[in-house]
Write a protein that binds this ligand. Structure first.
Ligand code: SF4
Length: 351
């Protein structure tokens, strides 16, 4: 089959495609500058019987207000268990969609509907569906960083925390298609020895680390340990002392107290939890190809404290999806939760 290539396109959020209410900037101007936003958010949380779920890549002020802080797997597990009436998801669109897939009767809010993801956006369901026709009989494994419509085309959803473990659970003669992240897929292949057909997607944040500059940095900081997320390019991963999901990287830092300097090749938001748990340690960002020396996800940064307050005050924007898609997407998500129930416990605030 002809190899598929995906163009590098700049960060370009499109609220039209996601149905963002066009009045967000108007609503932002209605916030009294003297308002204590943190106190108001806590008050609204009680009033609404809401839970706030925040990804590690959110800004520190949002992480500190959340009931659960975690990676994609931990937050999906938290969403599956919650008895709150409202889920306020501080992360990106596919994560809030996953919460809605698991909780059709709850109100699921996302502070900014433009908070998308380069992986999910570059894997449109119609194109993916056509591509899959070239691989009949394959088990379709999809990274959770995909839209509900793409999840609905899958057999099993995985996260970077459980992908290796789940692939190892499949019979060795089952052919596998893996999407939408080619670097995570490649890393899973090296860990499991399984050959998989890979969709050529990538994360604009993790693909920007520069292997040559990183090698120079390692020479300049010989004591530093390099820890990397598997969404990074192979040339970066080949230099790493430890590779793991965001949660695994955090645990590594917490457990290796003999190390006091770390070069971190993943999104910069995780440094907040790392620094909180290791006040004695120094954390350096892995160098990018160009621009400022930090790996900040522009989609994640669209959520702000002001927008978090607004989404709770106005109970909008809400995550919605048609029921047929939700039911089709639910099966592979449940399969993931079932196959990873002994992994990655949810990290509660203050853990
Ligand atoms: S860091 Fe990359 S994979 Fe994560 S939400 Fe941002 S664009 Fe998507």
């Amino acid at each position: 089959m002809k190899p598929l290539t995906l163009a590098h396109t700049p960060f370009n959020p499109s609220s039209e495609s996601l149905g963002q209410p066009s009045d967000l900037s108007t609503r932002l101007r209605t916030i009294d500058p003297a308002l204590d936003l943190e106190s108001e958010i806590v008050r609204l949380k009680g009033e609404m019987n809401a839970t706030i779920l925040a990804h590690y890549y959110q800004d520190a002020d949002i992480q500190d207000l959340a009931d659960h802080v975690g990676d994609s797997l931990a937050l999906a597990q938290a969403a599956a268990k919650t008895d709150a009436d409202v889920i306020v998801f501080c992360g990106v669109h596919f994560m809030a969609e996953t919460a809605k897939i698991l909780n059709p009767d709850k109100l699921v809010l996302l502070p900014d509907l433009d908070a998308g993801c380069s992986l999910a956006d570059r894997c449109p369901a119609d194109l993916y569906s056509e591509w899959l026709k070239g691989y009949p009989g394959h088990t379709v494994i999809n990274y959770i960083n995909s839209s509900a419509a793409v999840k609905a085309l899958s057999d099993i959803i995985v996260t970077s925390s459980n992908a290796v473990d789940i692939v190892r659970q499949l019979p060795s003669d089952v052919p596998i298609v893996f999407g939408p992240d080619r670097h995570l897929g490649n890393w899973v292949q090296t860990q499991t020895g399984r050959e998989m057909v890979l969709w050529p997607g990538f994360c604009i944040v993790h693909e920007q680390f520069n292997a040559r500059k990183l090698a120079q940095m390692r020479t300049a900081y010989p004591q530093a340990v390099l820890i990397a997320h598997p969404e990074c390019e192979e040339s970066v991963l080949n230099q790493a002392d430890f590779i793991g999901s965001t949660l695994a990287l955090l645990k590594y830092v917490q457990e290796h107290t003999e190390q006091t300097q770390f070069i971190v090749a993943t999104e910069v938001g995780i440094l907040h939890q790392m620094q909180k748990s290791r006040l004695d340690a120094e954390f350096l960002c892995s160098p990018p190809n160009s621009g400022c020396n930090c790996a900040s996800c522009p989609y994640m940064r669209l959520n702000t404290l002001e927008k978090l307050y607004l989404t709770m005050r106005d109970r909008t924007p809400e995550i919605t999806m048609d029921e047929e898609t939700r039911i089709k997407a639910l099966r592979p998500v449940q399969r993931m939760l079932e196959m990873s129930k002994n992994l990655a416990p949810v990290q509660q605030k203050g853990d």
